[in-house]
Ligand binder design. Structure first.
Ligand SMILES: *[C@@H]1O[C@H](CO)[C@@H](O)[C@H](O)[C@H]1NC(C)=O
Ligand SMILES: *[C@@H]1O[C@H](CO)[C@@H](O)[C@H](O)[C@H]1NC(C)=O
Ligand SMILES: *[C@@H]1O[C@H](CO)[C@@H](O)[C@H](O)[C@H]1NC(C)=O
Length: 820
């Protein structure tokens, strides 16, 4: 939903690229026109030279402001995230897009990771980055505390892999860590296929690595140094049997290569594989297998200053392989963190995790059976295990510019919506992520929010999708890299900040405040609506004839129906409610700091005025709150035959185009769904509001929003319910159940149920039923499919969209805990 994020590839992607290109054309056209007019007028006024220069200058300065960082001191104090100030967070699984890997929170960090290959005819499939197309039936962190340790299980056809890590602090560079990979086959006859595990370490433009070989083919260790990390030794231990008592027979291969960039490591390894190797266990059959041989370079490669060292161990499962990383600055190390010591450390961390999980969420106390507690632990852990540390530059463009430009280098510590499909930062998702993480680790949440606010430019704009660095970029089709400077995204970070406020230290809030203020002003000024106290999302799709309903990516709700004909007359209800929330949070922060809060309070009161809200957004004919704009209630998609082909050309395919069967006019938009609920979701509606009964009734009506699995996004009796938006765009926010909005609904119902008012009883009943439905379905789908999903079918409850999606779907943990 953060805009193109929810977009799938293929045809739809190409179509959108075309749309965007046309949009740029259109933006350019009038821009040039304006310049011409100004110049003509200036000529008439004899001030020709001056005016033309002034216009150019204003364009140039707008372009410069776009990439100028905000002048306020950074929200993160300098050096507060490095190995000295924050040693326990220095190393982490901060590469969410690989099945297993670690790196440090440094720009151009050294990376470590795992690939595997089940040997077979034709070489099998090399696994490395999380890909839906790999078809893994399960993977994800079962436990991960965000700092010290993690336990992940992976199921790849008959192969079961457990990947565990433990860190041990010491020295001045984040200390040591160890990995243990446990492999076995399940439900596979003999002979068991051979398994190759590839452990690698790679640099990204800084640092050096030195291999240490045994018998010319076994990479026993790597020593090296890197900025911030200092010197270290990485040791690849020999495999053992599952009981860890006996050595396990294995073949060893290794690769040393110049790395053409971290995003191409899979290709380097794949292109180096050869099956000229033979596995010869004593007394066993000889078998050929694929192993890294020599690396000949990749097509299109340009020289880099990166090094890759890779250790391949090939064995017949079951078996266990351990790897240790030892920091050069640790003195008086008690023992190597391997074998029994590693097992002991793991069990200590597991016990501590279980205790802290229960203390934080109390699911045992609430009577959830163990399998459901495990499910909730996995949801939280997968969100924590999806934390990433990114470094690079965004590609940004303002409507005044012809060409996109690179924003300054930035770093971002953030959770990600999906390790496979969206392994990067998304502004509106992140606020929801931090609602959960703030309960587990408020210090982490505060740091993440500060990271995001430090991405702000001097205008107060934060690009909503953060595609930083080559690894992140490699996951995004080139046409979607651009961030447009007029485009907002819901300020959900303020939801998380509101949760953190009671315990947030004043110096932290003081550093945040100038940036919060600038961010608020940016929304208030750039997304203002046609009337006072109304708001409008900018950047809707132009060219309405191409879509059943032009999308509003900025809102996060992509294809949720809005006015059929985008115009400056529109007023968007959800944005108005977000602004009320923003005013409330800004006022609270200002009051905590003794800063002037008056203007925010005035704004909050005006935006919460239920009378004005009704006047601007209550649609009597719909019996619900709604957007307002230039809208036709009768539109449809129709097949259009193409123009006859030119001689000798094949005929073009017919196309779906929009047909408007009734002229649009200014009126309320006839769509009942999530947007209609916003006054309730963000608790602007007074408990005694005469509209509350109708809102609750729409939620409970099966013809409208109620399902046995949660609230659907668009009423079943709404004209665009489950309608495709184009030939290539299936419905997205037009019926499916989304967990973030359901969480907000539970939060609001819980609050109405606990406040005096005529609807109190009804709110309480709805709350109980909705919570039961949502939790039961997410648990059931997870048990069946192994994953949390992006959204859920309103007819079957089944997971849909991408997976794994332990982004905001992990909010189910808070629903179980009744923590709002
Ligand atoms: C090298 O290989 C020989 C023969 O296979 C073996 O006996 C010896 O232990 C190996 N040395 C090391 C250091 O692994
Ligand atoms: C938001 O913008 C309106 C219109 O420009 C202005 O009157 C109001 O004071 C602004 N609110 C705040 C809190 O800055
Ligand atoms: C509504 O859209 C139609 C079709 O684009 C346009 O002709 C009309 O002027 C618009 N009305 C308003 C009030 O914007």
């Amino acid at each position: 939903m953060a805009g193109e994020r929810r977009r799938r590839g293929g045809e739809g992607a190409r179509e959108r690229a075309r749309d965007r290109a046309t949009r740029r054309e259109q933006q350019r056209g009038p821009g040039r026109g304006r310049t011409a007019l100004v110049i003509a007028a200036a000529a008439a006024a004899v001030a020709l030279g001056v005016a033309a220069v002034a216009t150019e200058w204003s364009r140039w300065s707008a372009a410069a402001r776009l990439v100028t960082p905000h002048p306020a001191p950074p929200a993160l104090p300098p050096d507060s995230t490095g190995p000295l100030a924050s040693p326990h967070r220095f190393w982490g699984t901060y590469r969410p897009h690989v099945y297993f890997g670690m790196k440090t929170r440094s720009p151009r960090a050294l990376v470590t990771g795992l690939m595997w290959l089940q040997q077979g005819e034709g070489g099998g499939s090399l696994r490395h980055t999380c890909e839906q197309s790999d078809g893994l039936s399960r993977y994800g962190w079962l436990m991960h505390d965000g700092v010290n340790f993690g336990v992940q299980e992976i199921r790849d056809k008959g192969l079961f892999l457990k990947t565990e890590f433990v860190k041990r602090l010491g020295g001045e560079h984040g200390g040591d860590w160890s990995w243990r990979i446990t492999a076995r086959m399940e439900g596979v006859g003999s002979p068991v296929p051979l398994l190759s595990l590839f452990f690698y370490v790679a640099t990204d433009g800084q640092g050096t690595l030195k291999p240490h070989l045994e018998n010319r083919t076994r990479l026993a260790a790597v020593t090296g140094t890197a900025e911030e990390l200092g010197s270290f030794t990485l040791t690849f231990l020999r495999p053992t049997t599952e009981s860890r008592e006996d050595p396990k027979y294995a073949s060893y291969n290794y690769l040393e290569a110049a790395s053409p960039g971290l995003h191409r490591l899979t290709e380097v390894v794949r292109s180096s594989l050869s099956n000229r190797f033979v596995f010869t266990p004593p007394g066993g059959p000889r078998r050929r297998f694929f192993a890294v041989d020599t690396f000949q370079g990749l097509p299109g490669e340009h020289p880099r200053e990166g090094q890759l060292l890779l250790h391949q161990v090939t064995l017949e499962p079951p078996g266990i392989v351990e790897v240790t990383f030892e920091s050069g600055s640790v003195v008086g190390r008690p023992s190597r963190l391997a074998g029994g010591a590693l097992s002991a450390a793991l069990s200590q961390h597991v016990a501590a995790f279980e205790q802290r999980f229960e203390e934080t969420f109390g699911l045992g106390r609430k009577g959830f059976p163990l399998p459901q507690q495990r499910f909730a632990q996995a949801a939280l852990s997968d969100l924590l295990g999806g934390m990433g540390y990114f470094h690079g530059r965004s590609l940004v463009q303002s409507p005044l510019q012809e060409q996109p430009v690179a924003a300054p280098e930035a770093v971002l510590f953030t959770a990600v919506p999906s390790r496979s499909f969206f392994p990067r930062g998304f502004l509106w998702d992140e606020g929801f992520h931090q609602l959960l993480l703030a309960r587990w680790d408020p210090v982490l949440s505060r740091e993440v929010i500060a990271h995001w606010l430090d991405l702000m430019n001097t205008e107060g704009w934060i690009p909503r999708e953060q595609i930083l660095g080559e690894e992140a970029r490699a996951k995004v089709p080139p046409e979607f890299l651009l961030q447009h400077s007029e485009t907002a995204n819901p300020p959900t970070l303020l939801l998380a900040l509101q949760r953190l406020l009671p315990d947030a230290p004043l110096p932290y809030l003081r550093r945040l405040f100038p940036r919060l203020h600038a961010w608020y002003n940016w929304y208030n000024q750039t997304q203002a609506g046609p009337l006072p106290l109304t708001f409008r999302w900018r950047g809707r799709d132009t060219q309405p004839e191409r879509f059943l309903n032009p999308k509003t990516l900025a809102s996060g709700l992509d294809d949720y129906p809005r006015a059929s004909h985008p115009s400056p007359e529109e007023r968007h209800l959800d944005l108005r409610c977000w602004m009320a929330l923003a005013s409330r949070v800004l006022a609270e922060v200002a009051e905590r700091l003794g800063e002037p809060a008056g203007p925010y309070r005035v704004m909050e009161q005006a935006l919460s005025d239920n009378g004005l809200l009704e006047q601007l957004h209550w649609a009597p004919e719909l019996g619900a709150f709604a957007d307002y704009g230039n809208h036709s209630a009768a539109v449809g998609l129709r097949w259009q035959s193409p123009a006859p082909p030119a001689p000798g050309q094949p005929p073009a395919a017919p196309q779906l185009v929009r047909e408007v069967r009734e002229a649009p006019r200014l009126r309320f938009v006839g769509a009942l769904g999530y947007v209609s609920l916003f006054p309730l979701l963000l608790q602007l509606l007074r408990p005694d509001s005469p509209r509350l009964p109708a809102v609750l009734a729409a939620m409970r009506s099966e013809q409208q929003l109620w399902t046995p699995f949660g609230l659907r996004s668009l009423a079943r009796d709404s004209p665009l319910y489950m309608q495709r938006n184009t030939q290539h765009d299936p419905p997205y926010w037009r019926g499916s159940i989304w967990v973030n909005i359901n969480y907000l609904a539970l939060q609001a119902l819980h609050s109405y149920a606990n406040t005096e008012g005529p609807q109190r009883e009804q709110a309480a009943e709805l709350y109980r039923e909705l919570r039961h439905n949502l939790v039961a379905n997410l648990y059931r789908q997870h048990a069946e499919s192994g994953f949390l999903w992006e959204h859920y079918s309103d007819s079957t409850g089944r997971g849909q969209g991408c997976h794994p999606f332990a982004g905001w779907s992990a909010l189910v943990v808070l629903a179980m805990a009744e923590d709002y």
